[in-house]
Each structure stands twice: as structure tokens, then as C-alpha cells.
Design a protein. Structure first.
Length: 378
């Protein structure tokens, strides 16, 4: 985080703490002030001569007391705003609270004397009332500080969790990029250097076949043909499994290249649903990691359909629904087994979840299975 960003965050935190402190003091103090006023007039006022005796107008008396208490609460709020107690070190809180509570209690006592709630000569009454007010205002400040500190700690804890999640996400992205780099490097090595070695070996065997008798030449030609088949099928397949063909050009070309390798005996239906331009734009917004995981979903669906499902036809659909890309792979095979081994799908589901996507395997309505992956784009 840059210095200016850190400064902005610090100022925002201070403002949030100040709001919490002031609102808590105002609410707690206001509720307590009204409650004590009602108690003094409606409960104690009817039984104690020291509270103006039996006042014939309790509503007026109640209004005066409520006004004094609200002024006291307003004073406490102003002191909290001015002193910024929540920003001080904890060891300074007690004396700051004591000063604020004392000032508010003295003001309250002066207002009570000025309005005649207590007679000046009855020092014991108004001093004891001031002492009670001091304790109550100090308690209000203590509650406000506790609430402010709790919310501040919760905010910091949430920020740490977010930071750790972002760090984990960055680490995962770095690992995925490194995996892609290694995959691409190995695939290029297989496709280039190793295949060239096979070609050179085949050429060498062809030269050798011309220098031996017919029977030996036939055996050498057989070995050379097997090497060519190994190069064309196994090495190319291994290279594609490590890093799918056309992946750097986009998801759509990679999916087309995958489905083009399906044996001719299997029916293939590839549909890139409506809004071709929107699909192209979505494809461009996908990084290589997201393209790869979607191609892996299609490969897993194809593998399950042909190896385990005895499918005779497969279908691949790619569609864009709002901000989510949906890849659907369907087949007409044996359907979803009762207890499927989903180790490959479980890994794909985890990888998709890392990108905010989902993966589901369900039976098809007419028989067979449907593998559906969704992934946010943009």
C-alpha cells in the first residue's frame, strides 16, 4: 500500500471511530438522561419533598429536567469530539474520562441550581446528585470507548482477513502462471525438439534400410512406421494434454482443436451459441489460466463419454449469460453412475471455484450425462 493510500485509510478509520464514539455517547447519554428525568418526576417526585415538593405541573418539571440532561449530554458529546479520547493511548483514558465527566456533572449541577430544582442551601442534595451524575457520565464514556474499540478491532481483523485472502489469491495466481509456463515449455520441447529427434531417427532408419537385405529392410521399415505413429499420436497427444493446441489464440480455437480430434465414428456437435461477437469479446477477456481450466472441463467430459460412458455422440455448447460464461458438454452414453469416481472432476471443481466458477455433473433427460461449467468473465 502506498503512503497516500495508507494515509487515506488511517483518516477514514479515525473518522469512523470518532462517529462511533459520538453516536454512542449521544444515544447512551440521551436514553439515560430521559430515563432519570422520568424517574425523578414521576416516581421520586410524588414521594419526596426535596424534589420541589408536590409540583402541580409535573409535565413542566419533566421538561426542565429533560432539557438539563440533554444539555449535559450535548456537552459530553462536544467534549468527546474536542478531546478525541478514542485516539489517545489507553493509559490516558481514565483521566480524560474523569475530566469530561466532571465538567459535564458540574454544568448539570449549575443548571439544576439555576432552575431551582435544588435549593442553594441544600448542598448535600445537589452534591450527591452531582456525584451520581459524574459516575453515570463516566459510565457512558466507558461504554462508548468499549464499543468504539470493539468495532475498530473488528474492522482491523476483517482487513487482515481480506489482506491474507488477497495474498493467498496472488500466490495461487503466481503458482498457476508458473504451472502454465512449465506446461508450455514442456509442450514446446515435446512438439519441437523431441519430435524432430524422432524424424531424424526415422530418416536414419530409412537410410539404413537401403543398405541391408530385403528382410532386414522390411523389419526396419516396420520400426520406422511405428516411430512415426508414436510421434504423430502419442507425442502430439501428450503435448496437447500438457498445453492444449491453439490455447494462446483463445478459448474458441482451443475447443475447436480439441473436438477436431474426436474419432470420425463419434458424432460431434459443436455450438457457440448466439451473440458471436459477445463470445469473442468474452474470450479475449479470459486469461490463459481460465481458458485452460475450461478446456480441461471439455477434455474431462470427452474422456468420460468415450472411455466410461460408451457414447456414440457428444455435444459441446459455449454460451454467454450476462457476466458468466457457460460451457456445457453432453453425451448420449450410459449416464452418471450411482457412485461416480469424481477425482478428476473434484480437482476441476476446485480450480473453477478459485476463479469464482462452478462445475456440475447431471444425468441428461434423454440418457447420457451433462457436464456444465460456469465462469465469470470481464
Amino acid at each position: 500500500m502506498r503512503d497516500d493510500e495508507a494515509s487515506e485509510v488511517l483518516e477514514a478509520d479515525r473518522a469512523a471511530d470518532a462517529r462511533t464514539m459520538l453516536v454512542t455517547v449521544a444515544l447512551a447519554g440521551g436514553v439515560l438522561g430521559v430515563a432519570t428525568s422520568v424517574q425523578a418526576v414521576l416516581v421520586l417526585g410524588a414521594h419526596s419533598a426535596s424534589y420541589r415538593g408536590l409540583d402541580p405541573a409535573p409535565i413542566a418539571d419533566l421538561a426542565v429536567r429533560v432539557g438539563i440532561n440533554l444539555i449535559t449530554v450535548l456537552t459530553a458529546v462536544l467534549l468527546a469530539s474536542r478531546l478525541r479520547i478514542q485516539e489517545r493511548r489507553p493509559f490516558a483514558w481514565p483521566w480524560l474520562v474523569a475530566v469530561s465527566a466532571g465538567a459535564a456533572a458540574v454544568l448539570r449541577c449549575a443548571l439544576q441550581l439555576a432552575t431551582g430544582i435544588y435549593p442553594v442551601q441544600d448542598a448535600a442534595a445537589y452534591l450527591s446528585d452531582a456525584a451520581v451524575a459524574f459516575v453515570m457520565i463516566a459510565a457512558v464514556f466507558a461504554v462508548a470507548l468499549a464499543v468504539t474499540e470493539a468495532l475498530s478491532n473488528a474492522r482491523l481483523a476483517e482487513r487482515r482477513r481480506s489482506m491474507h485472502a488477497a495474498q493467498a489469491s496472488d500466490a495461487l495466481a503466481s503458482l498457476q502462471q508458473e504451472e502454465l509456463r512449465v506446461r508450455r515449455a514442456i509442450a514446446e520441447q515435446l512438439h519441437g525438439t523431441l519430435q524432430n529427434r524422432f524424424v531424424l531417427l526415422a530418416a536414419e532408419l530409412a537410410d539404413l534400410a537401403r543398405e541391408v537385405d530385403a528382410r532386414s529392410a522390411q523389419r526396419i521399415d516396420g520400426v520406422r512406421a511405428e516411430l512415426d505413429e508414436l510421434r504423430e499420436r502419442e507425442l502430439r497427444s501428450l503435448s496437447s494434454s500438457l498445453y492444449p493446441e491453439q490455447l494462446d489464440r483463445g478459448l474458441l480455437p482451443a475447443l475447436r482443436a480439441l473436438m477436431a480430434r474426436v474419432p470420425a465414428s463419434i458424432g460431434v456437435d459443436v455450438e457457440f451459441a448466439d451473440h458471436a461477437d459477445a463470445l469473442e469479446d468474452a474470450d479475449e477477456s479470459l486469461d490463459v489460466g481460465r481458458r485452460l481450466v475450461l478446456v480441461r472441463v471439455a477434455e474431462e467430459g470427452l474422456s468420460n463419454a468415450l472411455r466410461h460412458g460408451n457414447a456414440t455422440s457428444v455435444g459441446l455448447t459455449l454460451a454467454l449469460h450476462g457476466e458468466r460464461l457457460t460451457l456445457t458438454f453432453a453425451d448420449d452414453g450410459d449416464g452418471v453412475p450411482a457412485s461416480p469416481g469424481l477425482s478428476g472432476l473434484a480437482r476441476l471443481r476446485e480450480r473453477l471455484a478459485g476463479f469464482g466458477g462452478t462445475l456440475d455433473l447431471t444425468p441428461a433427460s434423454g440418457g447420457g450425462a451433462v457436464l456444465r461449467a460456469t465462469l465469470p468473465v470481464g
